[in-house]
Design a protein around this ligand. Structure first.
Ligand code: ASP
Length: 598
């Protein structure tokens, strides 16, 4: 090795010993006489001192060193002079007195500071990702990701799982997104599809008798770049035979709690994870991925609203809609501007606006509230009794602010779930040191697409219907619940899975319900149906989003911060400049011709 020690490991214990270090110049301070270099490597930073009187040659080399130069230094570890220790640095009590030094490779001036955690435009960071990854914050993110993945591998290994790699060049396995296609050179006009997940392959592994499979698996989905998605991302993918829902959920609860205790012991996790049905989650939080670190639950005000003279409420209800709301404690004094901000948020989500009802002012009694103290555009159309009934539903107090949305049920829930998060943020209700995991269960099996009017799977077409709902498949498919479960944490869906269909008869029936012709089914899923004919065991599994979990663990806002080389929001890899044009030669080999775009 070109070094005997790493920079970050040196402490008072090493005082007196000679060490050779190699790394990057984090910072250089020239004090006229002495030169100080903060030398950085993967384990940390240590101060190196170059003295012109005792080591003139070495000092001369140091005077040529600049930020990000790669250098090698040999010297003696010494305690720092009295009063100059740096308690913020693990190596802050010592320094290395350089006796020999060499520049191994100079560096151009980097496009942004490596040694400071300052905001840098993201596309610039992504273009020079190898420099961005040198920064302490990114290094920490990569390391934690490694520890999470290592924990998962060790945990599942101890439980008798084996990791099986599955192919990337395969046939489409649908998860509701568009496929990435790879043209075949050998078979003109034919294409592989990159897996949206290893779903069908892991089911085939169950037919193969593997019983306990997992994989840290890459998944590829060509989705329109929405908020925080990546064209390729990583899942903990898992499948088991001879299991019931409780087995999978129990295993995941154990995995997540043990993982937290290992990689982030300071975070609060409440066990057992609460279980909410999909219907209950929608009713109480307006979403199937609620942040359960705080209350602010939605209440249905439709019955009370129907009896008022307020036309916004009445019209919505007459059109088959709902009136629901949340209660923001202590916010009755919100200014015009604050209320406008909330209204804008509602409008950006497709709503007409939010009806606010300010309940008097804090300190007074709700019982003593008069209609003059109710501030709302709806006040004229409400009786004091109606206002109090609404307030009671929330258990509100004087000084609180009701935020009410009227409209189509799905839109109302969606808007209120966002308003709830917004108010949670404004009122700082979510404990940043808590991970509130929960299981969401009893999803409907199907969902009617608003665009096509066709049935779509809520999860994917391989999810089994609940036994007790099986008879409804023909008569009332919308009422059938699936054996599908999600795990949510702090407002994010972090895992989803299901017990699977394992007979070709039922699988065919579901495909038919989803509108596939027999020919399509044969062409796309013939292999799976064939396999089910050879003793497929009952099986089920789950997949957890590694990127999102690590993002939550390190407290980042996007998954790009925890992926070494992510695409940007336009799905471009800026480091490699991919996707990029290819030669005519390559296209010809692949039997492809590009059409001139008009
Ligand atoms: N393949 C599913 C997904 O990617 C997970 C599962 O059902 O196991 O969401």
């Amino acid at each position: 090795m070109l070094k005997t020690h790493s920079c970050g490991e040196l402490t008072k214990k090493n005082v007196g010993s000679e060490v050779t270090l190699a790394g990057w110049v984090d910072r250089r301070r020239d004090h006229g006489g002495l030169i100080f270099i903060d030398l950085r490597d993967k384990d940390g930073v240590v101060q190196v001192v170059f003295n012109p009187d005792t080591s003139p040659d070495c000092h001369k080399v140091a005077s040529q060193m600049r930020g990000e130069y790669v250098i090698q230094v040999t010297g003696e570890v010494a305690p720092r002079p009295k009063g100059t220790a740096n308690p913020k640095l693990p190596t802050g009590e010592i320094e290395v007195i350089a006796g020999k030094a060499a520049i191994l490779n100079p560096s151009k001036t980097p496009p942004f500071y490596i040694n400071e955690d300052i905001e840098v435009e993201e596309n610039l960071r992504l273009k020079y990702r190898y420099l961005d990854l040198r920064r302490a914050r990114m290094k920490k993110n990569l390391e934690l990701r490694h520890r999470v993945v290592k924990f998962i591998r060790d945990f599942l290994d101890a439980k008798g799982f084996i990791e099986v790699e599955t192919p990337i060049l395969i046939k489409s396995t649908p998860e509701g997104a568009r496929d990435y296609l790879v043209p075949s050179r050998v078979h003109p006009g034919k294409f592989y599809a990159l897996p949206q997940s290893p779903q069908q392959i892991k089911q085939l592994l169950m037919v193969a008798g593997v019983e306990k499979y997992f994989q840290i698996a890459k998944c590829f989905r060509d989705e329109d770049t929405r908020a925080d998605r990546q064209p390729e991302f990583t899942q903990l993918d898992l499948e088991m035979s001879f299991v019931e829902e409780a087995d999978i959920l129990g295993l995941m609860e154990e995995l997540f709690t043990a993982m937290m205790a290992t990689v982030k012991p300071e975070i609060k996790v409440i066990k057992p994870f609460p279980r909410l049905s999909y219907a209950e989650a929608m009713e109480r939080y307006g979403t199937d991925k609620p942040d359960l670190r705080f209350g602010l639950e939605l209440k249905d005000l439709t019955d009370i609203a129907a009896k008022t003279e307020f036309s916004i409420f009445r019209t919505a209800i007459d059109q088959g809609g709902k009136v629901k709301g949340i209660c923001a404690p202590g916010c009755a004094g919100y200014s015009r501007r604050q209320l406008d901000e909330l209204n804008k948020l509602v409008q950006s989500l497709g709503g007409g606006g939010v009806v606010t009802i300010a309940l008097g002012s804090a300190g007074s009694k709700l019982d003593a509230l008069t209609i003059d103290e109710v501030r709302s555009v709806a006040a004229k159309f409400l009786t004091l009794d109606q206002v109090k009934q609404m307030a009671q539903l929330f258990g509100a107090e004087a000084g609180d602010l009701l935020l009410i949305i009227a409209g189509k049920p799905r839109l109302v829930d969606n808007i209120l779930s966002e308003l709830r998060l917004e108010m949670g943020k404004r009122l700082k209700l979510a404990d940043p040191n808590q991970f509130a995991f929960a299981f969401i269960v009893d999803f409907p099996l199907l969902n009617k697409s608003e665009e096509s009017g066709l049935w779509e799977p809520m999860h994917h077409p391989f999810t089994a219907p609940r036994d007790e709902d099986m008879s409804l498949l023909d008569s009332a498919p919308e009422k059938v619940r699936g054996k599908h479960y999600d795990i949510v944490c702090n407002g994010y869906e972090i895992a989803g899975g299901s017990l699977r269909i394992y007979t070709s008869q039922l699988q065919k029936k579901i495909f038919r319900l989803l509108g596939y012709s027999d020919k399509e089914v044969e062409a796309r899923f013939g292999h799976l149906l064939e396999a089910f004919g050879y003793g497929a065991p009952p099986h089920g599994g789950i997949a957890a989003g590694i990127d999102r979990i690590v993002m939550l663990l390190v407290g980042e806002e996007t998954i790009r911060e925890v992926i070494a080389f992510p695409k940007n929001q336009a799905a471009v890899d800026l480091t490699f400049d991919a996707p990029s044009a290819v030669s005519q030669e390559q296209l010809k080999e692949l039997h492809l011709r590009l059409r001139e775009e008009e």
